[in-house]
Design a protein around this ligand. Sequence first.
Ligand code: F0G
Length: 471
Amino acid sequence: MTSAKLKTFGQQMKRRSWAEPWKIKAVEPIRMITKEQRARALQEAGYNTFLLRSADVYIDLLTDSGTSAMSDRQWAGIMLGDEAYAGSNNFYRLEQAVQDYYGYKHMVPTHQGRGAEHLLSQTVIKPGQYVPGNMYFTTTRLHQELAGGTFIDVITDQAHDPEDLHPFKGNIDLEKLGTLVEKVGAENIAYISLAGTVNMAGGQPVSMENLRELRGFCTRHGIRIFLDATRMVENAYFIQQREEGYADKTIAEILKEFCSMTDGAWMSAKKDNLVNIGGWLAVNDYELFDALRNLVVVYEGLHTYGGMAGRDMEALAIGIEEAVQDDHVRSRVGQVLYLGELLLDWEIPIVKPIGGHAIFLNARGFYPHIPQDQFPAQVLTAQLYLDSGVRGMERGNVSAGRDPKTGDHRYPALELTRLAIPRRVYTQAHMDVVAEAVKIVYDNRQQTTGLKMVYEPKDLRFFQARFEPLD
Ligand code: F0G
């Protein structure tokens, strides 16, 4: 190449993109049905995207849970399933992976995250106790309530403001926690329910510094910290990117350091851990482990499979190792950022900063004219499906449910539609299509009207509730 040509080449090369650290070996066809068909499907589903058939969905961003693509190594691992009822090889591989990468001493397998939440809540919550945490998650809080506990939100105020740019909006507000402990007494705190990242706040992370302070506080008061590690790998990525002193550490190192300051963790392995089904619960205290191991056989299965097949445990053990690789996490969160930045360029209201697993559209910003008891986020989720076959999920008033004491809607500050990105599944072109669909729905926002709820299940109503358009 001549030097002149080299120069032009050099200028072109100034733009340096990153790309996914994998190539595609198997594909699954998807198709878009017509607008009339989508309108019918939506009506039949009671305007609830949980009730749609997946065949009627074009790009499925309902959840990043159990929807990830497994690697060729994980699929090969499926063939290594040892389906012995007791003492399967795969259990020991899984136990070792949890110990190696999360650092806890003892592990109990469960069929998925809520199985682990059930066991933990029943074992460590005494009726009447309080469970402070960094914002509720639907199934987590319900299991805490079913065990007789009361969840208290002690997340930082910034988490409730979609515009606030704080880099660690998942942090616990130690003053709020201190006031609670002073009021009710440390003996009435079951444990701290700490999630990294915080799903309902928009996938926002917790800083290492915040946990260090929390650990100090809890040690002084004799309170245990249990971690919802469901998306903790993504949380570790944000620590690496945003927190002083962590830029040169690997995700694996950060993950282990974080977990070392907690007393145990529960996991929905369907997210970070890259499997379609599975979960686990891990603790350091042997006595607690023994109690959990006794309970798992009642609800999940023997303590060496906990509701998973041997092959599931093998895929999970491999997934745990793949999940903490820096290039994987960078491209996973990078794809979420790519979609979010397109929307921000077009000034569409989303939760900022962009979180780890999903884009959260701020439905209040779309529909200031729709009151919260006409479910603006449910409306937005339905509109997006209708326009483009893109399926998201409501994360607002419907998800928040009713206060068990007063029976009223909870009216959360955040009224959001979540577009969760499955891991290793969609391409950049899919993200472009999604962004353009959101833009069209935003442009048509003024003509849009509210919904009324016509069927309301008692628990976790968002899964099965049905709606009808208001006139
Ligand atoms: N904790 C968090 C933070 C979660 O996001 C979930 C599930 C669970 C616990 C429960 O785990 O589904 O395996 O029983 N979240 C899914 C979602 C459903 O779409 O966000 P599970």
